[in-house]
Structure formats: C-alpha cells, structure tokens
Ligand binder design. Structure first.
Ligand SMILES: N[C@@H](CCC(=O)N[C@@H](CS)C(=O)NCC(=O)O)C(=O)O
Length: 220
C-alpha cells in the first residue's frame, strides 16, 4: 500500500493527504518529523511530506506527489483536461505556495516560539503576500471553486497554503488576507465543510501537542 510520510500538523502533508482521500486512494500514514533518520531515508531533503509508492519508489515535494497521484491514479482527476485550464490550476498552486505560504512561514517563529521578528522582515513578508493577494483577486474565480465549477488541486493547495497566513497575518502584520479577497472567506468556509477536510483538520488538532513537543525538543 502507498505510504504517506509526515505529520498531521504540516499543511504540506495535508495537501497530499487531502488529494489521496479525495481520489479514494488507499494509503497508510507514517508519522515522522523533520530531521529524523526515518524521514531522511525517504527524502534526502528532510522535509515533510514524502511518499513511498506501491512500487516502493520514494518521492518528495508535495507538487511532485500530487502530480504522481494524478498520473498513477487518473480516476477522479484533480486537474482539468483542457491544457489552458490545467495551466491556470497549476498557476494558482504556485501562487499559493510561493506568495502565500512561503513568505508567511518567516513569521512562524514569532507565533510558535515567541521569537522577535525584525520590522524589515515583516515588510518583506507583506510585499510578497501582496503579490499573492493580487494574484488571487485576478485569477481565482471562486465559482464556486478557485478555478471554476469543479474542485481541483488549486483548491486543495490554496486551502492548506492559507493556514500560515491565517495564523500569522492578523497578529504579526495586522492584516487578515482572507477578508481582503472577495469570495475567499466563503470559499474557505465551503472547503472546510466536507468530510475530508473535517478529518484532516481533526487529525491536525490531534497532532498539535506532539508537534509542539517536537518543536520544543529542537530548541533544547
Ligand atoms: N516544498 C516542500 C515544502 C515542504 C515543507 O516545507 N514542509 C515542512 C513542514 S510543513 C518541513 O518539513 N519543514 C522542516 C524543515 O524545513 O526542516 C513541499 O512542497 O513539499
């Protein structure tokens, strides 16, 4: 059976987990944290998530993993068939990763470990998030899904990429980016209202204490 390596507090782990569940692919979850030999054995970059396929191939990088799932399990596709529409979904996935998740991660130490962050860093984060917000305003239709009538990987990426801006934005930047994009709050509520999202979110909550203990162990 396919194995997903990672932990449920990780939003990148949850992107792949949500895609697996949506596609109805059987998988087992192997709980493993960054920096452990167990993880390095399946992903030399030491990041979560990684996946071992049914053929025993170990892969990593969430976008690579979801593309593998699309290729290997084409039933219940999460990309549109039309090349242009497909490219738009991929563009929204990139926007979510590069201009929403990654910049806001720089403010995570302030929230998770109470570490002071320079104003210059906050300014840089805000500038990059502005690219993401502008892109969403321009490119996401929320009709009702991010790229049109059907759910796609753009929705799954965006849902989990928003986790960190939602966590750090209001407190660290005084900025709620969800409120700033028309349709985003309603879309977010719609995306949370599914059996899969509820299961992923419940697993995340259940993993929180363990994850915080892991973070504390890295500091000591
Ligand atoms: N580009 C990677 C990012 C994955 C990532 O940043 N994962 C975090 C957990 S959410 C991680 O493993 N961090 C540990 C580290 O950076 O050492 C992907 O798409 O899979």
């Amino acid at each position: 059976m396919l194995t997903l390596h990672g932990f449920a507090y990780s939003n990148y782990h949850n992107i792949v987990k949500h895609a697996l569940m949506h596609k109805g692919i059987p998988f087992e979850e192997h709980i493993v944290y960054p920096g452990t030999p167990e993880l390095l054995a399946v992903n030399p970059a030491g990041k979560v998530p990684a996946m071992t396929t049914e053929d025993g191939l170990s892969l990593a990088e969430s976008s690579v993993l979801v593309d593998y799932l699309e290729d290997a399990y084409p039933a219940t596709p999460l990309y549109p068939a039309d090349p242009g529409a497909r490219a738009r979904v991929r563009q929204l996935m990139k926007v979510a990763e590069l201009y929403l998740d990654l910049p806001s991660r720089r403010l995570l130490p302030a929230v998770l470990a109470n570490v002071a962050v320079d104003q210059a860093v906050k300014d840089e984060v805000r500038m990059t998030l502005e690219r993401g917000v502008r892109s969403l305003k321009e490119l996401a239709s929320f009709s009702p899904y991010a790229a049109g009538a059907d759910i796609s990987l753009a929705d799954i990426y965006l849902r989990y990429a928003l986790a960190i801006p939602k966590m750090v934005g209001p407190g660290q930047l005084g900025w709620d980016i969800v409120a700033e994009v028309d349709g985003l709050a309603d879309w977010d509520a719609m995306m949370a209202d599914s059996e899969i999202a509820r299961k992923v979110d419940a697993d995340m909550r259940e993993n929180t204490a363990d994850f915080m203990a892991y973070i504390a162990s890295r500091r000591s």
